[in-house]
Structure formats: structure tokens, C-alpha cells
Design a protein around this ligand. Sequence first.
Ligand code: B12
Length: 453
Amino acid sequence: MKILLVRPPRIKQAITLSDFMFSEPLGLEMVYGVLKDAHTVEIFDMMVESTGISEKIADFRPQAVGITSLCIDVNRVLSLCAEIKKTDPSIATVVGGTQSYLNPEGFYNENVDHIFEYTNYENLTRFYESMPLGETEPIDGIRSRVYDYKSTDIKGRNQYMLPHRSSTEKYRKEYSYFGYRPAAIAEFGTGCEKVCDFCLRWRIEGARERLIDLELTKKDLAQIKEPTIMFMDNDFFADREKIEAFTGIVKELKLNKNYIMYASVKGITDYREYLPELKSLGLKALLVGYETFSDEEMTVYRKKSNTSDNFEAAEILRDLNIDVWASFMAHPDWSMKDFKLFRKYITALKPQITSISPLTPFPNLPMYEEYRERLLYDADNFEKWSFGQVMIRPSQMSLRDYYLELLKTNLYVNLLVNKNTEMIKKYGIVNILRILYGSLKAVKKYILLMMES
Ligand code: B12
């Protein structure tokens, strides 16, 4: 079969970080890797491309188009499927990705033929092998329109398979992570035992940490040409075995790369003795969820650390000269005084980069019910669920004032706390200008939202 795999374009009206963090479509590279020997497959990354889907279809003439999806993409995926069907109704439209796992119902639509709720080697190969024959039986993990999108009731999760990195060769120079460009992404272990209340990630991958098959990882790491690898593991410092397995592989393969990882505060403080070695092997920056200045909120969020642990982690990383890219969540019950305390707190922690998301009670979180009455947008207002927009009506000030506080805090952090001259030295002026451009776009959207409210 001829199969086109598509990543939808950026959603212009949504507030996203994709100007700062812009990774390869790893899921599509895995699908490509599984299908490439039996079919003719191509990836079309519309986040980079400027041509439309109809032109691409006219040129490639696929029999099936598979589209990946994140939360904010739903309407765009549906409009792409409509355009595909209009161009050629015989083309099978298939949707997969994070959002089809979390909310397959969002894709129940006359122009969507099949939804992969989860993807593994078996269902993927069987699906595309049987498609030309006109499959008669439902397949586990796949909801098809001919069966009214009913599932077989066999539950499953997305399988981490070997990605075929060269399938995105022509786009790879565009993929970046903050100041590092080009950068690849990979995962070393799936799942997360920290099970924080606000987090979707352990819900996607499960509450048990598991290492991905080390042979697969070795093969994958050996094929990555980029000088930087960002590991998307929820907590790279989950346990000793994991850290030791990683340092072992890096030494065995004699890898000479920059690494960026997510790490929990608890992992940093518990396993600090590994940090000097990791640093010498190439660890450049850790993405750390400091979340808030309030211990009360930390408890409600079911974080396994508190605000004094945050300071301890910050000090450990500062001493080792490892950059911290910190993330925080703005609570909807913050007052003006809280925002002031928050700004003071960030100044004291001094991360190199700071990102602030308003608390977002995604529909798959129990928190959604708790805040339902205060939600500013419905669950199917997909573009709004970007984790960048205020979703819960603030209780201590007007929405406009809340946006103003967020804007003030972002400007304060970017202009005063972030060490801009140091960043120019580290990442180069071109990367800093790219990041600045992204920041300005986000600021503009915040101002518009403030005016709207
Ligand atoms: C890398 C990443 C990105 C990359 C891009 C990833 C992509 N797919 O295009 C970048 C940096 C660009 C990005 C951006 C955003 N992201 Co993001 N991202 C991630 C991250 C860290 C890993 C995702 C990943 O690659 N997983 C591994 C791959 C292999 O899994 P997968 O894509 O699901 O693929 C599997 C299957 O789904 C299947 N599959 C995938 N596509 C298809 C298609 C077909 C046809 C088939 C058959 C199968 C199939 O194949 C794989 C087999 O296992 C996750 C967190 C996490 N650990 O999950 C957040 C995450 C997915 N992102 C999230 C969010 C919110 C965003 C942003 C909105 C954030 C923002 N405000 O900027 C933006 C939106 C971008 C946009 N559309 O403009 C949320 C998603 C919530 C949701 N319901 O979708 C997550 C879960 C993080 C979180 N906050 O909890 N992200």
C-alpha cells in the first residue's frame, strides 16, 4: 500500500511552546519503521511544510493517510480528513497519537475511518496488511467507523518501537529544544511512579517505571546523528538501576552528545551522587517541575517533594553548573500578594529558564470534575486546552487582572531573572533570537486574551 503519515500544522490561535521546543514526530517515525518494508511510506510534517494536504495527495497518491494528534489538534485533524475525503473519497483516513489515546471520541466523525486508541506492532501490521483485503473483524486497539467506533474491549498502551529516524531526514535540521538545534528526542524508560495529581503523563504511560528494551535503545541511540538528545522520560532519575543503565550505555557506545532530561526534585536530591558523572558524560540541562511556592499546593498536587526540597535541588544543580529549565503552575486562587511571593520565589531559585502554565484540569484528570463549575471553556473547545491558557476562572481577581499578573511575571522572569548574556554565549545569537521571537508571539497572545477578557 501507499501510506502517507502526517503531522498537522501548528495551531496559530493556540498558546504553545512549540517555538521553543519543537521535536520530531517520534510516533510517526515508529509507525514508518514498522511499515516501511511491506509498504511505500512517507512522512509529511506540516509543522515544517508550507504545501497543503491536497497538493501532497495529488503528488504522492496515497491509499491511506495516517495523522498524528495532540490535544489542540482535534479540529485541524478533522478538517484535514474532510479535505482528504473531498480530494479522493477512496483514501482511508486513520488517526493516532496522544489525543486519540486520551480521547478517541473527539474523532468520531464521518470523515475519519479508523482511530488507533493505542498502537503496537501487532495491530499496526495486521491493520495495514488486511486493509486492501477489506478486513471483516475488529482489531484490538482500533476503533473503526464501520463498527460505529466500538472497541474490542481489550485495553492496551502505546508500544515504544524502534523509530526510523531517517524518515524525517529532510526536516531534521528544524527540530530543536530551546537553545539546542538540531536536537533529537528519545525515551529511555516509560511510566512514572510519582503519580502527581495534575499530570497526564503517567496516565498515558502507566504508574510503573519500566526500562525500554536496552537493545532497542542501543540501536536507536546509535542511529541518532544530532549532537543533542532530549529524553522525554517523565523522571530520568526514577531509580539507581535506570541511571546506571544509562551511564553504562553511553560509555559502551562511546556516545559524545549533549543530553537534556526531565528530572523530579526528589530524584535530584536522592541520586545527587550520579550528577557529576552525568555532567561529564554530556548532561547539559534538566527540566524540573518546581511547580509552586506553596507547600499546601504541593500536598494537594500530590508532589513527592516540598518547597525546601526545591531549594536543595537548585543548589545541587547550581554547584555543578547544570542548567535548570524550571516549570511552574499558576493556581487559579492566587491573589496579587501570591503572585508577588511567586516572583520572589523564582528569583530565589534562579533557574536558567522558566515556564509558567496556568493550572489545567485536563478532562482525563479527576481535577476536571473538581473545577467543572469554574471552567472558562468546554472540553470540546480543543484549541484552548494547550496548557498555556487560563482555563479556570480565578477567584481572587478578575480574569483580566490574572492575565496581567501572568504577563508581568513572564516579563519579569525573562528580562530580570534569566541571564540573557549568559544564554547568548551558551546558545548563540541565532537561537536566542528564535526563542525571543517565540516569546514575543506568546506575549502578544496573552495581551489579546487580556483585552478579550
Ligand atoms: C515530544 C512532545 C511534543 C513535541 C511534538 C510531539 C508530536 N507528536 O508531534 C512538541 C515539542 C512539538 C510538543 C508540543 C506540544 N505538546 Co507535547 N509532548 C511531547 C512529549 C514529551 C512526548 C510525546 C511523544 O513523542 N511520545 C512518544 C511517542 C512515540 O508517542 P505517540 O506520539 O503517542 O506515538 C505512539 C502512538 O500514539 C502511535 N501514533 C502516533 N501517531 C500516530 C498516527 C497514526 C496514524 C498511527 C496509526 C499511530 C500513531 O505511534 C506511537 C507508537 O507507540 C509528551 C509527554 C509524554 N511523555 O507523553 C508531551 C505531550 C504529548 N504534549 C502535550 C502538549 C499539551 C503539547 C502542547 C500543546 C504544549 C504547548 N502548549 O506548547 C504542544 C502542541 C504542539 C502543537 N500542535 O502546536 C501534552 C498532550 C496532551 C494531549 N492530550 O494531547 C503531553 C502529554 C505533555 C503533558 N502536558 O502532559 N510536544
